[in-house]
Design a protein around this ligand. Structure first.
Ligand code: ASP
Length: 296
């Protein structure tokens, strides 16, 4: 039996008063998401089910930027992007610019399982959600006190208002998976697609290398195709996961202005959490029993 491991993140970027004022609530949310995913793995469930369960928990949590609590666009609405990928067959599913769907990661999973496609946007993704009778919500459900406050403050520094959630896991069969879900960046133009749903950028999984979920400034993450790059460095250079993340974040991209955070796991249960900014909200339970939760 393979050793199990799971990591979750709740976004990386500059520190903020919202985080400082809600430190305990953020930690509790991360811890609960982790336990939700870990329980799936402990029972012999798949890494895919574990990351989906952990991300659903965070999508429902109002403090994280995805599902409930998602960032509000320039036009005053919410649009969601999510993805999921497993490392054995390299199967994946993703959705972009979805509105009114409570748990976009479930739609991504449905796209992966039950369509001939890998990536659906807008009404097409909503159609899949309806066909699978996935939960829908009114527009007001997604907007919470702090996202409305940010929108009304009119501070249009999109870099300062972003966030994402994600999870990576390794199961008893030695399979790994990753999922990422986001409300994108505040004041973004409607139709902007977040890296979080782009396979190879904000998410990637391959049993022979790693499963990774990214957070941070999506335009940089897409520009440098980071998730796949971490995997490629491991594959072509025979690097460890930790070395590959370090190489990308602190060598290749050391002069980049973008905030970037990466969580990763290998099929051997090695985990990695690395970031180049003030904070990355995260919780982990490694194959050696080591566990924790941290914001900075
Ligand atoms: N990567 C997300 C986006 O660009 C935001 C974040 O992770 O902070 O939409």
């Amino acid at each position: 039996m393979n050793k199990i491991a799971i990591v979750v993140h709740g976004g990386a970027g500059p520190d903020s008063s919202l985080i400082q004022e809600n430190e305990e609530a953020y930690k509790e949310g991360l811890q609960n998401a982790l336990s939700t995913g870990y329980a799936v793995l402990e029972k012999g469930g798949s890494a895919l089910d574990a990351v989906e369960a952990a991300v659903i928990y965070l999508e429902d949590h109002p403090l994280f930027n995805d599902g409930k609590g998602a960032a509000i666009t320039r036009e005053g609405d919410v649009q969601l992007c999510a993805s999921i990928m497993e490392g054995k067959e390299l199967s994946s599913g993703a959705v972009a610019s979805v509105q009114g769907i409570k748990n976009p990661v479930q739609v991504a999973r449905a796209v992966m399982n039950d369509t001939n496609y890998r990536y659906l946007a807008c009404e097409g993704a909503v159609l899949v959600a309806r066909e699978h009778q996935l939960p829908v919500e009114e527009a007001s459900y997604f907007m919470t006190g702090h996202t409305i406050k940010t929108y009304e403050s009119g501070i249009k520094d999109t870099m300062a208002h972003h966030g994402t959630v994600g999870s990576v896991a390794c199961d008893q069969q030695g399979n790994i998976a990753a999922a990422t879900s986001t409300g994108g960046t505040a004041f973004s133009m409607r139709g902007r697609i977040a890296d979080s749903s782009v396979i190879g950028c904000g998410v990637y999984a391959k049993n022979s290398t790693c499963a990774v979920s990214l957070t941070g400034d999506g335009e940089y993450i897409i520009k440098h195709v980071i998730a796949h790059d971490v995997s490629a460095i491991m594959e072509y250079r025979n690097s460890s996961l930790t070395e590959a993340c370090y190489e990308v974040l602190h060598k290749k991209l050391k002069d980049t202005k973008g905030d970037i955070g990466i969580i990763g796991v290998t099929a051997q249960g090695e985990i990695c959490m690395d970031f180049n900014c003030d904070r990355m909200l995260r919780a982990w339970q490694g194959s050696d029993g080591e566990k924790g939760v941290a914001l900075y």
